[in-house]
Design a protein around this ligand. Structure first.
Ligand SMILES: [Cu+2]
Length: 199
């Protein structure tokens, strides 16, 4: 009968729409789960795939300090081991209370070594009075910030190491979030610079 035909056609098209909707939802869910569990690539030996080494220099005559190099690049989607060797023995004030914490590093921790022959301790934060600078990349894509304790002396650095992953390519600004030194803070490639994530 024509009326039954119309009814079954209507149900058929509803069924097709339902199947399309279910397939779409499953695909989206699988992608979200896959993205969430996807881990960054590691190196061939199981260690970090890339390294970023920065030195915090200190000029005792001026009290100025700078991260060198100021403009850096890292590969996208790779596990990067960042090492910051700080020769600046001065402490500074934090603008925000959470900035003595490690934020956004893999595992939420960093290692701190005081002096070239000092032992390494793994920490998720440091005492708020034991900070010289921070290395922070804060924007809608990345939320990474590590506190950097002062050097033991100008010739005995404190070395901070952490792992990070940069999945999204682009050029981002890094900066120190401390009230460390007005002229350094206002100078490109001293207390701020660029981090380029290369796909
Ligand atoms: Cu600083």
């Amino acid at each position: 009968m024509p009326s039954e035909h119309r009814l079954s056609d209507a149900w058929e098209s509803r069924l097709v729409l339902l199947v399309i909707a279910l397939v779409t939802v499953s695909l989206v869910a699988s992608f979200v789960l896959y993205s969430g569990t996807q881990s960054s690539s590691r190196g061939a030996n199981g260690g970090p795939a890339a390294y970023l080494n920065l030195t915090l220099t200190y000029n005792p005559a001026t009290g100025n300090c700078a991260f060198l190099p100021g403009n850096v690049s890292v590969p996208a989607g790779q596990e990067v081991q960042v090492t910051i060797t700080n020769y600046d023995p001065l402490t500074s004030h934090l603008y925000l209370g959470w900035q003595n914490q490690v934020v956004g590093a893999l595992g939420g921790t960093m290692t701190v070594q005081k002096g070239l022959s000092g032992g390494k301790t793994t920490v998720s934060g440091v005492d708020a009075l034991d900070i010289g600078h921070t290395f922070s990349i804060l924007n809608p894509v990345y939320n990474l910030s590590v506190p950097i304790p002062p050097a033991v002396s100008p010739s005995s650095p404190t070395i901070v190491t952490f792992l990070a992953d940069f999945p999204t390519s682009g050029t981002y600004q890094w900066g120190c979030m401390c009230d460390c030194n007005d002229s350094s803070m206002g100078t490109p490639e001293a207390m701020y610079g660029t981090l380029t994530v290369v796909a």
